[in-house]
Design a protein around this ligand. Structure first.
Ligand SMILES: [Zn+2]
Length: 393
């Protein structure tokens, strides 16, 4: 058993001063305070001093990092991506595909499913790697009018037969799917995906308010990439953004890099949806954690300059890391650290139906990020793995 202490812990809904967090077999056994409990006999105490403990970040929309894309042949870049993610506080993530030729998508889904299955089968974990726990299928069921950089020749009309092919290739590991609800056949696919436990997100869509509402009626719960890849909020045609801002069942996905959305728009969405219905995503590409240059995004080339990822002059993902997104929320919306943590932890876990992630409570995975008061990452603990050298004084 490992006993972890620090100055403060956010569950994230509650704050515990002088916490004592007990970890056994990769799971949290108990969350209490040092005042109320002694360190159990035989437990190894790891004290992080004046640090803050929070749930490890959950990124449900990420394409790559450290020079690698998740769709690379054989998913060979995942270890490098996962090390980068862990260095920025992320403990679990959904590798996210982009629209590509069908065969490339099918083989990427197969490789990603392999990686997820391998992770699940591992008894001991590499402490410095985030874990892939589901796939986000972004495309090909997207709108030509709002495709962004997704290659037009590879977009497909949504059909149950095509969804089934993706599902089989991924062996049921698709946990999130982005789709344009106005496309013919989309609502049938949304209903079927929802029935199978997939969280359906509306995005790269030209939907008007009616089409957005019928997508929600079919089961969709979350718009992808707020304002990017959708109809702008118009006073007489509010579209998906109007639906998102007014429907309490919908959460808002926010790329808080200050490039995709102006900081004031980020503040507006955070205020409108509140700390319980905002979800931070990075939409990070292979260029994340790398110098400016040319990188791959699925089958596309992207050019990165001064932190902006462009393909054919259009924004193509980001170089954002989740810890910076949390700090930006503190800066742009003047939220405190505890509030800013929720959209990076509990909320994405809830949206994606992950019951043992994104929270520090008995029974949950011992996925923990150790932060300072400014939200900078000091350490990341994946499934309770803390090396002997850490936390000694
Ligand atoms: Zn994306």
């Amino acid at each position: 058993m490992i006993a972890i202490s620090a100055e403060c812990l956010y569950t994230p809904l509650e704050q515990v001063a002088q916490p004592l967090l007990l970890v056994e077999d990769g799971r949290i056994a108990e969350v209490s305070s040092r005042a109320g409990r002694d360190v159990p006999r035989g437990a190894r105490l790891v004290d992080f001093g004046d640090a803050v403990l929070a749930p490890g970040f959950v990124d449900i929309h990420i394409h790559g990092g450290a020079g690698h894309d998740v769709m690379e042949a054989g998913a060979g870049g995942l270890p490098a991506i996962e090390q980068l993610l862990a260095a920025h506080g992320v403990t679990s993530y959904f590798p996210t595909t982009v629209t590509a030729p069908i065969d490339q998508t099918l083989s990427a889904l197969d490789s990603l499913a392999n990686a997820i299955e391998k992770t699940e089968a591992e008894e001991t974990v590499n402490e410095r790697r985030a874990q892939p726990i589901g796939i986000h299928l972004e495309g090909p069921f997207l709108s030509h009018a709002r495709r962004g950089v997704h290659p037009p020749e590879d977009l497909l009309p949504p059909t149950l037969a095509m969804f089934e092919r993706f599902w089989q290739a991924a062996r049921g590991r698709i946990r999130l799917m982005t789709i344009a609800p106005e496309l013919e056949g989309a609502n049938d696919v949304i209903e079927e995906a929802t029935r199978r436990g997939v969280c359906v997100s509306l995005g790269h869509s030209d939907a008007d308010l009616n089409a957005a509402r019928s997508g929600v009626a079919a089961g969709a719960r979350q718009p992808t990439n707020e304002c990017k890849g959708m109809r702008p909020l118009h006073r007489r045609e509010p579209g998906i953004i109007g639906a998102m801002l007014t429907d309490s069942r919908l959460t808002a996905d926010i790329i808080a890099d200050g490039i995709h959305l102006d900081p004031t728009i980020i503040e507006l969405f955070l205020k409108a949806k509140g700390a319980d219905a905002s979800v931070l995503i990075t939409d990070a590409t292979a260029a994340t954690g790398m110098p400016d240059g040319r990188y791959r995004l699925g089958s596309m080339d992207v050019e990165v300059k001064n932190g902006k990822c462009l393909a054919g002059g259009k924004l193509a993902g980001s170089v954002l890391t989740m810890d910076r997104a949390v700090r930006n929320v503190m800066r742009f919306a003047h939220w405190d650290l505890q509030q800013a943590l929720r959209p990076a932890t509990l909320n994405p876990a809830q949206v994606a139906g992950l019951s043992h992630r994104g929270r520090l409570e008995a029974g949950s995975m011992a996925d923990i990020v150790v932060l300072n008061r400014n939200g900078e990452v000091r350490n990341t603990i994946v499934r309770g793995a803390v090396s002997e050298a850490v936390g000694r004084h």
